[in-house]
Ligand binder design. Sequence first.
Ligand SMILES: [Zn+2]
Length: 472
Amino acid sequence: MRTVRALVLVAVTTLACGAPATAPPPPAPPAPDPALPSELVADVTGDGALVHLTELQRIADANGGNRALGTPGYDASVEYVAGTLRDAGYDVQTPTFSARQFAVQQEQLAVEGEPVPVSALGFSPTTGAGGVTGPLTVMAGEGCAPADASAVTPGSVALVRRGTCTFAQKSAHAAGAGAVGLIVINAEDTPLVDGTLGEAATGVVPTGGVSRSTGDALAARAGANVTLTLVTAVTEIQSRNVLAQTRTGNPDEVVVAGGHLDSVPEGPGVNDNGSGVAALLETAVRLGGSPPLTNAVRFAFWGAEEVGLVGSSAYVQGLSEEERNRIALYLNLDMVASPNAGYLVYDGDDSEQEGAGPGPAGSAVIERALVEGLAAAGVTAAGTDFTGRSDYGPFIEAGIPAGGLFTGAEQLKTPEQAQRWGGTAGRPYDPCYHQACDRLDTIDRTALDRNTDAVAAALARFALSTEELPAG
Ligand SMILES: [Zn+2]
């Protein structure tokens, strides 16, 4: 994995026998402009972002309806983004990485012969074509300790609730007790389609998920004869990230802003995450490749996020310690035009005291800058838990302060939020999350516009100075 560096402008003048040098010296880099944030915010527009989003929709339409890992739609997305950034004057790289892609050929669950809807968790080991059959056993608690599998018998198919620990831990505990398969009950009454064992999981059994009501019914049927059939396969795929850096600014103090470029196979990924890509591209194009700033700016468009943050993880892991230390902060955009938009900023300081703890020191400063950017765009933001479940995860793991914007996925907008931001309470922020209907005609253009302003404001602010951040 390579990392991009700003082009260093060095005037090399060769004087031979007192003859005057003929080549003109390269232009001096422009002095940092204190008005850069206000000018950039004035320059970026939602309509400008919409041009890029329209192109991503067109790319999906021309390539089988999606832009997922390993597809021509993804390759076309890479070409579009890289070409747009080159045209804007950036130094652009498209480093490759390899990703393991998981595919499901068959997913079935039969309880005493009756079919029950089930979905394979990502990277579930495969069963044979006939599945695995055994009596249903129920794990205690959430299956997060080996002792929770005390009721699981060898040869059984275990049942467990989602929550507290990873799916892989639950599956390993079931396997440890001799189970031949595991069924996980979702926290919501919707199919469990967003879960994965992770590509590195070991000691796990074939694992599927069911909705809460299906699972509640199953929990009352311990001992029933169940057959779980999950025919799955894993293939190795080469993919690419796109990285673009300004030719100006200090390359030892880099402000990185990124978002994932791949969609899920189920749809074109216009909100998830064409919207983040479009907002970043609009910002990059208006900023230009040689802006008057202090710190270099690097834009990143990640591949293979939807299969487990693979592109961003490969990138961060491929950096030397020295290269990591040159990254001052990371801004992430993943879904910023949800149809029933919330205005959420990653809770860098854990002031909401929810879920994961605070991000690395400096994340609170980034959160404040984004909240202020949204306020200037006319909207009062709220916090959202810093779970690490998007491409900022590998950055905060490496101790790099991070922040980001999010207009919400499958969760429901609350009545207070609907009062504050408009939209419909009790309805998901994005009813088309990970579906074929995640299209251009469903997105919230006002949210796209405001979030583009907010990222431009924060990015330019830190490009001028990172002195607000604790020294690190
Ligand atoms: Zn996403």
